[in-house]
Write a protein that binds this ligand. Structure first.
Ligand SMILES: Nc1ncnc2c1ncn2[C@@H]1O[C@H](COP(=O)(O)OP(=O)(O)OP(=O)(O)O)[C@@H](O)[C@H]1O
Ligand SMILES: [Mg+2]
Length: 381
């Protein structure tokens, strides 16, 4: 039995939503008290949710009023391929993240407002950014610009600083954290026959010939990296650190697929399904990796980093102390960025990069030094 059939058998009371059943969506939203007086769901349109069901719902009032919202349901399988199981806690993790962020005005201003949430059914109702598109266009040569980079960095800083050392109840995201650890730190090295549950949404790593087809030399470079026991130990140790860390709330998947560009040029952040407590450097490193993959200019990368990084509380005054040397700060960001680069360059989560031949191999080299030595040029000047 697949994960969806299993879930349906165990939870016959939970409505599984889809955009082609507006009547059912109306019923569920009504039952949850999410509809106003005399308000009704008139239309649903699927948005490009890869792992969850995401739709725009149009709500109409008898009196002629009209609004839209985004409805997201994250059940324990992959929307794109229902044979792939996903952790049961992901809907809860996302909802708890949005609830926590509501108390952080600066971070909340960069995310959709939470209009409703139900843990049992794993559904969220969010403010709809109509006319927005995700920033995966960056991979094809689009440019982010310094203002947007600064806004994304400032969002991270507000999120991390606002939750650092706090006593928040741990969001229920153990399954999602373990999955993220596998995706970012292990999957590019695991055997391709390890089974669907090992790779979740990413798919198995690519083998040498497949990588050579993407870029000549990449297969050989991947083989060298995979055979390098020092590198493998360094990335595995980083993965273990990732699993144990808990300094502040982190987004967990901070990349252009989850950054939205508004028609007025503003940026917003969505999809904290991997959100939970962790290390600020993980989000900053992930964002940095994607700016490098997109070949954003140095000024943009630096604008992002300058806005995102905040030294741990109390350390600003101790500028001469050895514990907060800039190298120390950059090292962990570099290591996490390196791991995400490896995942995207030789793992199963390939991106539609429009880059010159040789660029991927060069970035893989950057990633190797970043993971093993905690060094990356852009963090050093
Ligand atoms: N509040 C929103 N306003 C407008 N569009 C949105 C909103 N939330 C999500 N979207 C659109 O829906 C897409 C999918 O949303 P989201 O990333 O939350 O879904 P997912 O299935 O969890 O993610 P993925 O596709 O990354 O696996 C987004 O990339 C974006 O285009
Ligand atoms: Mg997403």
């Amino acid at each position: 039995m697949g994960p969806r059939a299993e879930f349906e058998a165990e939870h016959p009371e939970i409505h599984i939503l889809s955009a082609d059943q507006a009547g059912r969506v109306d019923l569920v939203m009504g039952a949850l008290g999410w509809l106003g007086d005399e308000e009704q769901v008139t239309m649903c349109r699927a948005l490009s949710g890869d792992s969850s069901t995401v739709m725009r719902v149009e709500l109409q009032e008898l009196r002629g009023g009209w609004r839209t919202a985004v409805l997201k349901q994250a059940l324990p399988w992959l929307q794109r391929d229902e044979s792939v199981a996903m952790p049961v806690d992901r809907g809860t993790a996302e909802l708890r993240f949005y609830r926590r962020v509501t108390g952080l005005p600066e971070a909340a201003a960069t995310m959709p407002r939470l209009l409703g949430g139900d843990e049992k059914r794993s559904v969220l109702l969010l403010e709809d950014f109509r006319g927005a598109s995700d920033l995966t266009s960056l991979y094809g040569g689009g440019s982010l610009g310094e203002d947007a980079a600064n806004a994304l960095g400032s969002f991270l800083r507000a999120l991390h600083v606002g939750t650092r050392g706090g006593q928040d109840p741990e969001p229920a995201h153990t399954g999602m954290r373990t999955l993220n650890q596998r995706l970012v730190f292990e999957a590019a090295f695991a055997s391709p026959t390890a089974g669907a549950e090992c790779f979740g949404p990413d798919g198995p790593r690519l083998d040498g010939p497949a990588l050579e087809e993407i870029e000549p030399g990449l297969g050989a470079a991947a083989a060298a990296l995979r055979a390098d026991s020092g590198f493998r130990e360094a990335i595995a140790a980083l993965g273990r650190r990732f699993l144990d860390a808990g300094g502040c709330l982190v987004h967990g998947a901070f990349h252009p697929g989850n950054w939205l560009l508004l028609p007025d040029g503003g940026v917003r952040v969505v999809d904290p399904q991997f959100g939970g407590r962790g290390e600020a450097e993980f989000d900053i490193g992930t964002g940095l990796a994607h700016l490098l993959l997109s070949q954003e200019p140095d000024e943009t990368v630096r604008a992002f980093l300058a806005a995102a990084w905040a030294p741990p509380q109390g350390e600003e005054e101790r500028e001469d102390s050895a514990s907060d040397e800039p190298e120390e700060i950059g090292a962990l960001v570099a290591r996490y960025a390196g791991a995400e680069l490896v995942r995207r360059l030789i793992g199963g989560a390939q991106l539609p990069l429009a880059v010159e031949a040789g660029s991927r191999c060069a970035l893989l080299d950057v990633a190797r030094t970043a993971v093993t030595d905690g060094r990356m040029e852009v963090l050093e000047t």
